[in-house]
Design a protein around this ligand. Structure first.
Ligand SMILES: Nc1nc2c(ncn2[C@@H]2O[C@H](COP(=O)(O)OP(=O)(O)OP(=O)(O)O)[C@@H](O)[C@H]2O)c(=O)[nH]1
Ligand SMILES: [Mg+2]
Length: 309
């Protein structure tokens, strides 16, 4: 039985959170619509990697936005597609889990208009009976008057709480979108402590930063055939952190491409990754990179699981 002082304390805590709102917001859409960019812009931090190529994101990534009276827990997800191999099956699973956990579903499309795989996303989300906000992203790429017919079209598509045009890249209209999210957020206590921005360990972000560099530097199939593993991550008192990372490719023929003539390509990945990692961790690191072949890892359930997908 708590004593009076304890009861008072407990009441104070409940009072403090009396009008608090907290909940999960899944960010979904086809590949490349700008889901990761949008989450980063909201958090004002580069948490999720971004590239001009589709299917950059492979995991669901939590990003927590703290307000005085609210906590928005974003979940960035991989672009939704019909899976063709096991890695993509696991990517789709993480989208489905996010949709399942979400209090609000934020569906992203591009201002330039709908593509076939947008319809798949819209049809799937239509079948889910939850609060949905439709976000029309990349309005910086079109003329203002072009967005109205799209809003009209989308009003008929599904029962959205709101349709909000934004530019994730230029942070246009994000305040308005945040207001609408908060409006529809359920009442409740915060889920995470105020200093927490994500639930993934530093290792995860470090491996993602290296993967981003590979997405940015190589064309065609290399980014898709690549995974990054962190084998060692040591904080050393008085010295730089030591990180040993392994880049996994699918075929022997891909190894020399990643390494380059005289190791030039790998050195370039290392240099730019190190800078981005240091910026993220806000401390200097020593980064060692290796390339290994793991045949057809994208189709191998054990490998996929081990790599965290
Ligand atoms: N012009 C413009 N480009 C944008 C905007 N938002 C994102 N982009 C660009 O669109 C590309 C894809 O962005 P991402 O954030 O990686 O897209 P995504 O939906 O997370 O993609 P996947 O992870 O592959 O599903 C990148 O080149 C971004 O810079 C925007 O508002 N305007
Ligand atoms: Mg992404």
């Amino acid at each position: 039985m708590p004593n009076k002082a304890d009861l008072l304390k407990m009441n104070n805590i409940t009072n403090e959170y009396n009008d608090f709102k907290a909940g999960y917001v899944a960010i979904v859409g086809r590949p490349n619509v700008g889901k990761s960019t949008l989450m980063n812009s909201f958090l004002q931090q580069k948490l999720a990697i971004v590239s001009p190529r589709p299917q950059t994101t492979r995991n669901k990534i939590l990003g927590i936005l703290h307000g005085k009276k609210h906590q928005i827990i974003f979940q960035d997800t991989p672009g939704l597609i019909e899976p063709k191999y096991l890695l993509q099956t696991s990517m789709k699973k993480s989208v489905m889990t996010s949709l399942d956990q979400a209090d609000i579903i934020m569906v992203l499309i591009e201002a330039k208009g709908l593509k076939d795989n947008d319809h798949d996303v819209l049809t799937l989300t239509k079948s889910i009976n939850k609060k949905k906000i439709l976000v029309i992203n990349k309005i910086d790429m079109i003329k203002k008057e072009q967005v109205l017919p799209l809003i009209d079209e989308m009003t008929k598509y599904d029962n959205y709480e709101a349709i909000v045009p934004v530019s994730a890249l230029e942070s246009t209209n994000l305040d308005e979108l945040e207001k609408i999210i908060i409006e529809h957020l359920p009442m409740g206590m915060p889920f995470y402590p105020p200093d927490m921005i994500s639930d993934e360990p530093e290792r995860f972000f470090v491996s993602e930063i290296i993967r981003e560099q590979i997405f940015l530097k190589f064309g065609q199939e290399i980014p898709y055939s690549t995974a990054v593993r962190i084998d060692d991550f040591k904080e050393r008192p008085g010295r730089k952190d030591y990180i040993r990372s392994v880049i996994i490719v699918e075929r022997e023929s891909q190894k020399p491409i990643l390494i380059g003539k005289g190791g030039k390509a790998l050195k370039a990945i290392g240099a730019s990754s190190r800078l981005a990692i240091e910026k993220f961790l806000d401390r200097p690191v020593f980064l060692e990179l290796h390339v290994v072949v793991q045949r057809k890892w994208r189709k191998n359930a054990v490998a996929i699981k081990r790599l965290g997908y």
